[in-house]
Design a protein around this ligand. Structure first.
Ligand SMILES: C=C(O[C@H]1C=CC=C(C(=O)O)[C@@H]1O)C(=O)O
Length: 419
């Protein structure tokens, strides 16, 4: 196959998401910045345990053969692919790398368009509203409480120290529903999160698995959660007690340790912050930031080792993965897998596909949210926590284009025992 011809040039753009395909948007956005793609110049699919290493090898070949003329030269210009990967080695879900026919992007003051091949056209169209209500999926509230109780039993029995178990909600996109409006709603409400839309997977993730540019990387591990307080004083107390709390800190340390261990193997100079409370519009998380020098490693090579961290699987990893299969009893698909983009040098940005949903080709929607279970976890509290975590995608589907950003959390969503 002849190499892809890629050309990036500066161009003034309007609203980025208006350039995406309404039914199949490709986007990775944080606030005003981000990249948006349209069309497919190349689509590569992967399955099974070797999906990351197969993707890394295939991508190296594509990048080697590409003819790139990049007059802009900032992260996100030149050859890029959007990607989304299944959570579990045994998943039936397809993992993909998609090179669009056209990419538009903005980073600070830089705005550009990238043409891949000669089929791409700019075709901005106004974003339409779409409204979808989610309902119970395979794991309803009662079943989730039972799953959490069973997970704590298994932990007591010594089968694992931490298990992240999830529940699902489902819905149906109307024919010709404009999926871009969901992304717009997420960008508006969660400007500091990464809004992703790749091959039907859509959400606003606060958790960066690996972002690497010019050999330097950043990773943010999140685990340990509390809903926001209704007043500033309560909110400050909640953040403080989250950082002082034994259960959440244990839950966090398992996740941070799993990422630090892998990243130090790849980058001996990797440095980790102390855990700190991170404020999101709907909740607090405990966060650890890790930075260092990645050298020549492709971000896909990193994903092969780093995924799944104990923020989404558990500790020890293989025992937790088997327990997740047994206890949840459904295929997570691409929920909690890596989603993001990669450039021709292997740099890019991958977040964990959290706070979102997967929309299948027939319009069926499945949203997931999970919680880390350790000794002492309470089923009611974990159910409430997953309710708060489902809120970004639930709200974006129910009311994608709010006139103004909403703020304080709804009282019904406050987590038991915290306020
Ligand atoms: C598994 C999810 O969140 C993870 C990330 C942050 C905090 C988490 C927690 O406190 O349990 C989870 O580890 C999810 O949002 O579905």
């Amino acid at each position: 196959m002849p190499g892809l011809r890629v050309r990036s040039e500066r161009m003034e753009l309007g609203r980025l998401l208006e350039h995406a395909d309404p039914r199949a948007p490709l986007a990775v956005r944080r606030g005003a910045d981000g990249i948006v793609g349209r069309g497919e110049a190349l689509r590569l699919e992967f399955h099974g345990p070797s999906r990351f290493t197969d993707a890394a090898d295939a991508w190296r070949r594509v990048a080697q053969d590409a003819l790139v003329d990049d007059a802009v030269g900032v992260p996100g210009t030149g050859l890029i692919a959007f990607g989304a990967f299944a959570f579990d080695d045994a998943s039936a879900a397809t993992s993909v790398l998609i090179v669009p026919q056209v990419v538009v992007g903005r980073r600070g003051d830089d705005e550009w368009v990238t043409w891949i091949g000669d089929q791409g056209r700019l075709h901005p169209t106004a974003v339409d509203d779409v409204r979808v209500e989610l309902r119970d999926g395979a794991i309803d509230a009662a079943r989730y409480r039972a799953v959490v109780a069973e997970a704590t039993e298994r932990i007591r029995a010594g089968e694992a120290e931490k298990i992240v178990v999830a529940r699902d909600r489902v819905g149906q996109l109307p024919p010709d529903g404009d999926v871009r409006s969901v992304a717009v709603g997420l960008v508006q409400r969660y400007p500091d999160a990464v809004t992703y839309a790749v091959d039907g997977l859509i959400g606003a993730s606060p958790e960066t698995l690996i972002a690497a540019h010019h050999g330097h990387f950043f990773s943010r591990v999140l685990a340990g959660t509390a809903a926001r307080g209704a007043t500033p004083a309560l909110d400050a107390d909640i953040a403080e007690s989250l950082a002082d709390g034994d259960k959440d800190m244990r839950e966090h340390r398992f996740a941070a340790a799993s990422a630090i261990e892998v990243l130090r193997r790849l980058a001996p100079d990797a440095r980790a912050s102390e855990p700190f409370p991170l404020q999101l519009p709907n909740l607090w998380h405990l966060a650890t930031d890790i930075t260092g020098t990645l050298g020549e490693h492709s971000t896909l090579d990193v994903l092969a080792l780093l995924h799944p961290t104990a923020a989404v699987a558990g500790t020890p990893r293989s025992a937790a993965l088997q327990l997740i299969r047994d206890l949840e009893g459904i295929d997570r698909g691409r929920y909690a897998g890596p989603v993001g983009w990669i450039d021709g040098n292997g740099g890019g940005e991958w977040v964990i596909a959290l706070r979102g949903a997967d929309i299948a080709a027939d319009g069926s929607i499945r949203a997931f949210a999970g919680a880390g279970i350790v000794a002492g976890s309470d089923p009611d509290a974990e159910l409430a926590e997953t309710g708060v975590k489902l809120r970004p995608i639930t709200d974006a589907l129910a009311d994608p284009l709010p006139a103004a950003r909403p703020e304080t959390p709804r009282p019904a969503e406050r987590l038991p025992g915290r306020q």
